[in-house]
Design a protein around this ligand. Structure first.
Ligand code: CU
Length: 268
C-alpha cells in the first residue's frame, strides 16, 4: 500500500512539473511570436532564373507568375550584414516577408499614407513613427500597401529573406503584370551573371531607386531618417494582427501548380 501511494505521488509530481514547463513554454512562445510561421515558400522553377544585385546590396533570385487575376513576383534574397532596403511605401502591391533564419530587423509604421502624393517626409505629409521587430526563424510578416517599412541585417552573417509582392487593385498593367516590382528592380538593379563575381553598383543605381520609384508605385526615401520620426522596439499588436494568409495561400498554390507542370499558371 505504501509503495502504491509513493508511485502515485511521484507520478502526480511528474505530470504537474511537465504541465508547468509546457504551459510556461506556451506562454513564452505566444508572447514572443505573435506572427505565424511557415516552413517554406516555394520558388517558381523557371527556365532561366533572373539574378539581380539591388542598389540596397541585396542579391535577388526573382521570378514572376500569372494565373487569372493573380499576378505576383517572388524574390529569394540574401542580405549581407548592414544591407537591406531603407524605409519606403508601396501603392500597387501588398508584400510578405518570410525569414527562414532569425535576425533581420524590420521597421514598420502604423500610420498609412494612402496616396503617392503624400510623401512621408518633413516637407510632405510628415514623417512616420516606426516600430521595429527582430524576425524569428520561418516568420511571415505581412505588409499591405500604404505603410512605411524597411529592414536591415544588423548581424555579422548574410541572412536569407523571401519577398512576395502581390499586385493589388490600384496597379496599372506592367510588363510582368505583378504591380511593377519585377520591372522596377530590373531597371534600378544590375543583372548578376556570376554569383562569385558580383557586379558593382554606382551612384546612378542608388539615385534611380529614389527617382524611379514613383513610376512603379512607390515612394522611396533617400536616407534612413527621411521618412522616420521615431523608432520604438515595442512592436504593436495591431501590426502583428495584420495578416493575409488567404492571398498568400493562393500565391503558394499557384507556384506549386506551376512547378508540377500546370499550364494554366505562367511563370518567368
Ligand atoms: Cu517594401
Amino acid at each position: 500500500m505504501i509503495l502504491k501511494i509513493k508511485t502515485w505521488s511521484i507520478a502526480f509530481v511528474l505530470v504537474f512539473t511537465i504541465a508547468i514547463v509546457f504551459l510556461g513554454q506556451k506562454i513564452t512562445i505566444s508572447a514572443n511570436n505573435s506572427y505565424p510561421s511557415i516552413e517554406n515558400i516555394p520558388m517558381p522553377q523557371v527556365e532561366q532564373p533572373l539574378r539581380i544585385l539591388t542598389p540596397a546590396n541585396e542579391i535577388f533570385n526573382i521570378a514572376s507568375c500569372k494565373v487569372n487575376d493573380l499576378g505576383f513576383t517572388i524574390a529569394q534574397a540574401d542580405i549581407p550584414p548592414g544591407a537591406g532596403p531603407i524605409p519606403h511605401v508601396h501603392y500597387y502591391i501588398d508584400e510578405w516577408f518570410w525569414t527562414p533564419k532569425a535576425g533581420l530587423e524590420l521597421f514598420h509604421s502604423t500610420r498609412q499614407y494612402p496616396t503617392i502624393k503624400e510623401v512621408p517626409n518633413i516637407a510632405g505629409a510628415g514623417r512616420a513613427d516606426m516600430y521595429s521587430i527582430i524576425s524569428q526563424a520561418n516568420q511571415i510578416i505581412y505588409s499591405p500597401n500604404f505603410y512605411v517599412h524597411g529592414f536591415v541585417n544588423p548581424t555579422t552573417e548574410t541572412l536569407p529573406i523571401t519577398f512576395v509582392w502581390l499586385k493589388n487593385d490600384l496597379a496599372p498593367v506592367f510588363p510582368h503584370d505583378d504591380g511593377g516590382m519585377r520591372d522596377f528592380f530590373t531597371e534600378v538593379g544590375v543583372k548578376i551573371t556570376d554569383l562569385n563575381n558580383l557586379p558593382s553598383l554606382n551612384d546612378k543605381n542608388k539615385n534611380a531607386v529614389v527617382t524611379e520609384a514613383p513610376r512603379y508605385g512607390m515612394n522611396q526615401s533617400s536616407y534612413f531618417m527621411e521618412y522616420v520620426n521615431s523608432i520604438d522596439n515595442q512592436f504593436p499588436e495591431e501590426l502583428a494582427k495584420m495578416q493575409n494568409d488567404e492571398d498568400l495561400k493562393r500565391v503558394i498554390e499557384a507556384v506549386e501548380a506551376f512547378n508540377s507542370g500546370d499550364k494554366s499558371v505562367s511563370c518567368s
